[in-house]
Structure formats: structure tokens, C-alpha cells
Design a protein around this ligand. Sequence first.
Ligand SMILES: [Zn+2]
Length: 196
Amino acid sequence: MSQGCIEQGIESSGDTNQSNKPLFNHPELFTHTRSVVQNKVLRAENQPIQPEAIPAELVDKMKRILQESGGIGIAAPQIGINKQAIIIVRTDKPDSPMQAYFNPRLTWVSKTLSKDYEGCLSVPEGVGLVERPSDITVRYLNEAGEAQEETLSGIIARVFQHEIDHLNGILFIDKKLDQPLLSVEEYLKMKAEKKQ
Ligand SMILES: [Zn+2]
């Protein structure tokens, strides 16, 4: 529970650097609060991607919006496209590359669970403590259209689960949360106080 993990990337940008605060008002981001239509898109079914038809334009657009929002993960429905595509900033790899994954599926989850704070570019109202399996194995198509499998733990395992939820129309606020949502400001204040 010490690492913290937030789609908006508050953690990835470091607690001391808040210049990279998330932009919930990014005009191309869909939020569940902005309109009934946007909420419907976030809840809709997402079409799988064929390996021979990797959507390069969609990937470029998602990477740009993720970068502009200061996030560490994004799913296609969050920009209004109901396809099974996610982008994750791989903070577990050298130079933290942004990588695209298609049709991701969890093929194994650990019995061990962990709780951590999550936020979401589509949930402007705040940050919540979410319990999830600590370790996962995920199968996906990479940007070359190749099937791959990885076993992951820590923040990246959490981000994958959060993004895969999006592809199933699930937001973290649909899960049972231990406490009311904290606003981003409250969350950052709490983290700063914990550090002292
Ligand atoms: Zn999200």
C-alpha cells in the first residue's frame, strides 16, 4: 500500500513534482460525469483488434492524449473509441516507454491481494483505495500484432487490471471501496503529510 498507483500519473511524476497534475478537463477525454453519452461509451462493449489490423492511428492518438493528460495508463473507450486497446507507461522498464496492448486478458491472478489508491482520467471526482490481486499474468497482442504473455507485480500489475476493467466497461468506483473518495488535492496532501 506504500507505492500508490494512479492512472493520472500523480505517483509516476513523483510526489515532489506536481507540475504534471492530471488534466481531467482534457477536451478529448471522456468522463463518466460529463454527459450521458460519454458514460455510455465508457460502459459499452469493446471490439477486439485483429493482429493484421493494428490501429496505428488510434495508438498515436491515445499516446498523445495520455502524454498531454500526465497519465500512466489509458484505454480506448476513454477517448470515445470502443476497441480493445490500452496504452501503459511502463515505469518498470528503462526509460519508461509508452506501450500499446490489444485484447489484453488476465490468464492468472495471485490469491494475494493488495490495496492501493487509484484514480482515473474518466473519474474527475477523486481517488479511492482499491483492492486487487498483487500479481497477474496477462496475455495480449503487442504493437507488432504478436501474441505475448507477461507476469507482473506491483504498480504495473495494478495499472493493467485497471485498464482491462475499462475494456469491460468497469470503472474503479464500481468496486467496493473502503472509504469515500478523496479529492486529488486531499490525496496529495495526505501523501505529503505521510512523508514528513
Ligand atoms: Zn481509468
